[in-house]
Design a protein around this ligand. Structure first.
Ligand SMILES: O=C(O)CCC(=O)C(=O)O
Ligand SMILES: [Fe+2]
Length: 359
């Protein structure tokens, strides 16, 4: 059988490693409104906030997989460019968040320059022509059509998930969809990421701990290195990449909308494990966020109304304010279902210093 993905070209994820018990949900079954799959999906959104979305057998899903493989090639090409070329599209001069950013590692390239762990955030509204476009590298423009298709397809998949959530939460029809209309300005974006091999460092791992701050994240990775902290034991465990599936996780906005019914789980990226540790690691992330103007607060209706009221009043922020605050370090700490955690532990330096890269 032809391989849908390039995972088989890489050394396998180690067999003996403890991994996170992510449930696998068939996207084709969700598209067909299969009841049991929909219940499994909702359970996973409440309990761990992370699950595999198996795209095999879905036309849309398999299209997304092949586009992710194409974009993975594009990102490798981008990161291989000379640093001074990438720096043109860097933060903060381009944009405080939708830009290229990096941290230097101890490793050196063939010219003796420090190797960089980096990411490059590319805004949905730039790619779909919904705002004045930020400058981007010509490679991005060359693949305009691929980016556009990828964003529209990921968004179509996200819309299916939002619809199932809406039903389980017993919200009036279209409530979540109306907070995430693709043609409205939002912080949705594609992220390229690259990390070079390096020894595990407790400090670095800790500074990488984060929750995603939007609604739903569609993540493709090819090597291990992603870890989630298990809700009950607080143990950090690896998430094994599965060919044909993406990893979906929920972000802070979904916790706020549902007064804590849904979970935005803490996670981090550490060096790839043993058999894969010598390889440079890439991941491709599509973040969905609520529309910029949406105020992040509990929604009214359905089973959310049965949730207890929070005793500590939280400041109400728009989605845009929340993203920019979290994305640029003005809102330090990790947001969990209990509120902010570890504020003092992870103070992200303010721009323009290159920073470690939370979502
Ligand atoms: O690289 C990964 O596997 C996860 C990346 C991630 O969590 C993020 O960019 O928010
Ligand atoms: Fe993340």
């Amino acid at each position: 059988m032809a391989h849908l993905t390039s995972h088989h070209t890489l050394p396998p994820f180690p067999e003996d490693l403890r991994t996170a018990p992510l449930v696998s949900v068939s996207f084709a079954k969700l598209e067909a409104n299969h009841n049991e799959s929909s219940s499994d999906f909702f359970q996973a959104c409440k309990e761990l906030g992370f699950f595999y979305l198996d795209f095999v057998g879905s036309k849309l899903g398999e299209t997304i997989i092949s586009e992710a493989e194409e974009l993975n090639k594009v990102q490798k090409e981008f990161f291989a460019l000379p640093n001074e070329v990438k720096d043109v599209y860097g933060r903060p001069h381009l944009h405080p968040f939708y830009a290229y950013r990096y941290t230097e590692t101890e490793g050196k390239d063939e010219n003796g320059a420090p190797l960089r762990n980096a990411n490059y955030n590319l805004r949905k509204d730039d790619i779909l022509g919904q705002c004045e476009r930020l400058a981007c590298h010509p490679l991005i423009l060359e693949h305009q059509d691929l980016f556009e298709r990828y964003i529209r397809h990921c968004r179509a998949a996200v819309d299916v998930l939002l619809e199932h959530l809406n039903t389980h939460l017993q919200l009036p029809p279209g409530t979540l969809a109306n907070l995430h209309r693709i043609h409205e300005r939002s912080g949705d974006h594609v992220r390229f990421t690259q990390n070079h091999p390096g020894a595990f460092s407790e400090d670095r791992a800790r500074s990488a701990e984060h929750t995603d701050f939007g609604s739903l994240t569609i993540l493709f990775n090819w090597l291990g290195g992603l870890q989630v902290r298990l809700p009950v034991t607080d143990e950090w465990v690896y998430v094994k990449p599965i060919p044909g599936s993406c990893i979906v996780n929920l972000g802070d906005a979904m916790v706020k909308f549902t007064a804590g019914i849904l979970r935005s789980n803490i996670h981090r990226v550490v060096p790839a494990p043993s058999t894969q540790a010598h390889l440079t690691r890439n991941s491709l992330v599509f973040f969905t966020r609520p529309e910029d103007k949406v105020v992040l607060k509990r929604l009214k209706g359905g089973i959310i109304d049965d949730q207890p009221q929070s005793e500590i009043p939280e400041p109400e922020m728009t989605s845009h304010e929340w993203i920019m605050g979290k994305g640029t370090g003005r809102l330090p700490g990790v947001f969990t279902s209990k509120g902010f955690e570890g504020k003092a532990r992870n103070p992200e330096p303010p721009v323009p210093v290159p920073v470690s890269i939370p979502a």
